[in-house]
Ligand binder design. Structure first.
Ligand code: ARG
Length: 258
């Protein structure tokens, strides 16, 4: 073999190796994808924009902001609320941003980020209801709730109550409006949004907030690295004002001081 030929062969082999392994190419690696599960019937946290059909809301914006901060491309997956923890356990989704209350029971199955929203449960009745004035008046009543929620477990503690569980809180409100239920037990900010949205003619909130709750981003139990990254990104969004901007956008007020 002459020398020229040898060098030529070597170059050809090297070129092939680079082509196969992708070394030396100028292309940037595709961004990592973060699959975010949510039950998009929980306005103003997550819902579908009627005209654009896009998923919007505080949690959606927050998930996108967290993704951006961590260098992930965010993919939103709409699913039933009671399928969300199983979805994380099976690896179908990486995290959930879905107004999920941090509870001890759920913490056995998933990791939670630091709390990102202070919430609580409240009772909703028809606007003309004069007998139910709060949680204490729900004994023996028909109560509509969303399946798998803290509202559902709270309602089930009430003596002789007939608790009916729906796939979404939006459906629970429809049941109240249709007269099939005396009350809905559901998250206060979602109740408030529903009432304002419907012009306060169908329903009202009665009594005090039943239980103080905090929402967290849910992450796979083994995924401690992602949990740390999310907590860090959350801190950064709080520091750089992005969190406050989103809070103001969806709730019309500044977040409470921690
Ligand atoms: N905060 C309540 C819970 O964790 C209700 C959450 C419902 N969220 C939803 N996107 N439907 O049980």
């Amino acid at each position: 073999m002459n020398k020229k030929f040898k060098t030529g062969l070597l170059l050809a082999v090297l070129a092939l190796v680079f082509a196969v392994t992708g070394c030396g190419s100028q292309e940037k690696a595709a961004p990592k994808v973060l699959k975010v599960g949510t039950d998009a019937a929980f306005a103003p946290f997550e819902f579908q924009d009627e005209s654009t059909k896009e998923y919007v809301g505080f949690d959606i914006d927050l998930a996108k902001a967290l993704g951006k901060q961590m260098g992930y491309e965010v993919q939103i997956q709409n699913m039933n609320f009671d399928g969300i923890i199983p979805g994380i356990e099976s690896g179908n989704i990486d995290i959930a941003a879905t107004g999920m209350t941090i509870t001890a029971e759920r913490s056995q199955k998933v990791n939670f980020s630091k709390p990102y929203y202070k919430s609580g449960l409240a009772v909703v009745v028809k606007a003309d209801n004069a007998t139910i004035k709060g949680f204490g008046d729900l004994e023996g009543k028909k109560i509509a709730v969303q399946i798998g929620t803290t509202g559902a477990s709270e309602a089930k503690k009430i003596k002789n109550a007939q608790v009916r569980e729906f796939n979404s809180s939006a459906e629970a409100f429809m049941e109240l409006k249709a007269g099939g239920a005396d009350a809905v037990v559901n998250d206060l900010p979602v109740n408030e949004y529903y009432i304002v949205k419907t012009g306060a003619k169908d329903a009202k909130i009665v009594g005090d907030v039943v239980s103080a709750e905090e929402y967290g981003i849910a992450i796979g139990k083994k995924n401690t690295e992602l949990t740390e990254k999310i907590n860090k990104a959350l801190d950064e969004l709080k520091k750089n004002g992005e969190y406050e901007k989103l809070y103001l956008k969806w709730f019309g007020k500044k977040p409470p001081q921690a």
